[in-house]
Design a protein around this ligand. Structure first.
Ligand code: FES
Length: 107
């Protein structure tokens, strides 16, 4: 398998209802993951970047969180409607989606 130029980690951590930290899955993490996989398949983007679901990435308060490497950019409060922007602008266009970036104090 060739090394992907970029790698997207989508937090899909689950926690019990009413857990004090909440969870990205409880806030739509799985919808985001499915949206990424759906676009990779529909647009044949297999060699452009890798998509991997993850456990907790740390800053649960800002979730659902999506982390892009090698840049180490974390996006927070992501919805499935934001997935196209992350793909087109960042993963394919190399331009960070500033409106979705978590504050420096978070990451
Ligand atoms: S549950 Fe997603 S960052 Fe903690």
């Amino acid at each position: 398998m060739p090394k992907p130029p970029k790698h997207v980690f989508i937090c899909n951590q689950a926690r019990p209802p009413n857990h004090p930290r909440g969870s990205c899955q409880g806030k739509g993490g799985n919808d985001i993951l499915q949206a990424f996989w759906g676009q990779v398949q529909a647009r044949n983007l297999w060699d452009k970047f890798s998509v991997t679901y993850s456990g907790c990435l740390g800053p649960c308060d800002t979730g659902p969180n999506v982390l892009v490497y090698p840049e180490g950019i974390m996006y927070g409060g992501v919805t499935k409607e934001d997935v196209t922007a992350i793909i087109d602008e960042h993963l394919l266009g190399d331009k960070v989606v500033e409106r979705l970036k978590v504050p420096e104090s978070v990451w």
